[in-house]
Write a protein that binds this ligand. Structure first.
Ligand code: C2O
Length: 499
């Protein structure tokens, strides 16, 4: 790959950290420490042999029946009630995430192509464990479809924490987490997680490498809406002050909302396939493997190839979120018996729920810079390093050298469109103030596919572009931006490639 280096400007300000605020609601005093060792119990390892149950259907949290919400709460309650000696116990489940995010495990699954498959198999094991605890082999996790837009049909609640997760205490509502600084009224910024943002994410990341990442570069999904939702749930009033549980990776999975958030992240994988087809997963990708304690308390090795064969190996699928009508061929068939006019019945749905939710792939236009030809012009930000116990929100502009945090306030554009080519939400691995600076987890290589109009501009300029990276303080959803009080970011000189 030929590298074209580009002039870059990184605006940073001095580090200044305040002690964690005091939390209300009867939580033990913050920070929610000590996290202690995240190391899992060891045990004799078996290989996962594939799910033999019926197909489970994951539904939008907004579409669960009252009985399904009751069952969900019972399942989480029973998980919370497991004795701490059980390797499937509440804290042990969350510690699996800690272990694999720089908490001592063999790798950090947030910085490379492990991100999508690792979280998929992680959710699978929790889902099966919850199902076992409520004796329902068909139990499925719900997904929090924050990307479903507001409409008369779907309501205006998708940008808020779903109501079953709010209210009460963890003793009375197992889905509640007192380490959240978010209220029923707190609402996310639709430009960061709404339908246009997800459409852009899918449009721009049109190759396997871009969407899933590589062995040494990040999936496009990890730093975008994924990170935003984490920081929002942790602290909706100031995204720059990352707070437990959700705002910090080592504690994120202690919040039941984590699983609903990640089910939606996992669903993006299916939306990508609906748009582009099943990719040829590289063998090295499929060979990745990790250890979990399964629902039967067996130490189990799962592979990314189990994740890529979701339908046959893991046996679940996603139901349609609100607003999309699946075509049911049986309805047409019924009509035939009532009418003498012969009609051709479609034997396959004309639009699957997934394909109805995504736009068609963008045109396959090729770009050429000095003889390098490819479908995308990719901006590389390599060795982006943030201390493991700090967060950062970075706006990445191309050919807008005068961009500042303040100008971002007036800029309503959806990241991934126009000159705002990406917005990165970096979630700390370790609790802010815990001094976990030496954590090995947080060095990213971001590969940012330039939006087509900007790519064309860069092509015309023969690769001569200016990159401006603006740390912002996204204090409230959609509110004005300002320069943050603290950002410690280092990175190598950016470059572009045609691929
Ligand atoms: Cu493993 Cu959403 O983080």
């Amino acid at each position: 790959m030929k590298r074209t280096f580009v002039p870059a400007l990184l605006l940073t300000s001095l580090a200044l950290f305040t002690a964690a605020d005091v939390l209300a609601q009867g939580c033990p005093p913050p920070p929610n420490l000590p996290v202690g060792s995240c190391a899992p119990k060891t045990g004799t390892v078996s290989n996962f042999t594939g799910d033999t149950g019926a197909m489970r259907v994951r539904k939008s949290i907004y579409r669960l029946s009252a009985a399904e919400v009751t069952e969900l709460k019972l399942a989480f309650k029973r998980l919370r009630d497991l004795p701490s000696t059980d390797p499937r116990a509440w804290r042990a489940q969350a510690n699996v995430h800690c272990w694999y995010c720089g908490g001592g495990g063999p790798s950090d699954v947030h910085v490379d192509w492990a991100f999508m498959p690792w979280h998929r198999v992680y959710l699978y094991n929790l889902e099966k464990t919850l199902g076992k605890l409520v004796n329902n082999p068909n139990f499925a996790l719900p997904y929090w479809d924050w990307n479903t837009g507001d409409s008369a049909l779907c309501g205006t609640s998708h940008l808020k924490v779903p109501s079953p997760y709010l209210g009460g205490t963890t003793a009375t509502n197992s889905l509640f987490d007192c380490y959240r600084n978010v209220t029923a009224a707190s609402s996310m910024d639709p430009t960061r997680v709404g339908p246009a943002r997800i459409a852009t994410l899918l449009n721009n990341n049109n190759t396997f490498d871009l969407f899933f990442g590589t062995a040494s570069s990040s999936s496009a999904v990890s730093p975008g809406p994924h990170g935003y939702v984490h920081l929002f749930v942790g602290n909706s009033t100031n995204l720059n002050i990352a707070k437990q549980d959700m705002g910090v990776l080592e504690t994120a999975a202690r919040d039941p909302l984590f699983w609903a958030h990640h089910a939606n992240i996992d669903r993006l994988w299916e939306l990508w396939i609906a748009k582009y087809g099943t990719p040829a997963y590289p063998q090295a990708f499929k060979d990745q493997n990790w250890l979990f304690w399964n629902q039967n308390t067996v130490r189990t090795r799962m592979r990314a190839s189990d994740a890529t064969d979701r339908e046959t190996r893991l046996k679940y699928r996603y139901a349609t979120p609100c607003g999309l009508i699946a075509v049911n061929p049986n309805i047409l068939a019924d009509r035939i018996t009532l009418t003498p006019i012969p009609i051709t019945v479609r034997t396959t749905p004309v639009a699957t729920p997934e394909s109805a939710e995504v736009d068609p792939p963008r045109e396959t236009r090729e770009f050429n810079i000095n003889g390098d030809v490819g479908r995308n012009i990719v901006l590389h930000l390599e060795d982006v390093e943030v201390p493991a116990d700090e967060s950062a929100i970075l706006r990445v502009y191309v050919n807008q050298p005068n961009a500042t945090a303040e100008s971002a306030g007036a800029d309503e554009s959806v990241p991934g469109t126009g000159r705002l080519v990406e917005e990165l939400f970096i979630v700390p691995a370790k609790t802010p103030g815990s001094g976990g600076h030496e954590g090995h987890g947080h060095k990213f290589h971001f590969r940012i596919a330039l939006p087509p109009d900007i790519a064309a501009e860069v092509e015309r300029a023969k690769g001569d572009v200016a990159v401006t990276i603006v740390p912002v303080s996204a204090s409230v959803a959609g509110g004005p931006e300002s320069a943050p009080a603290a950002v410690n970011v280092k990175l190598k000189k950016p470059y572009i490639s045609v691929e």
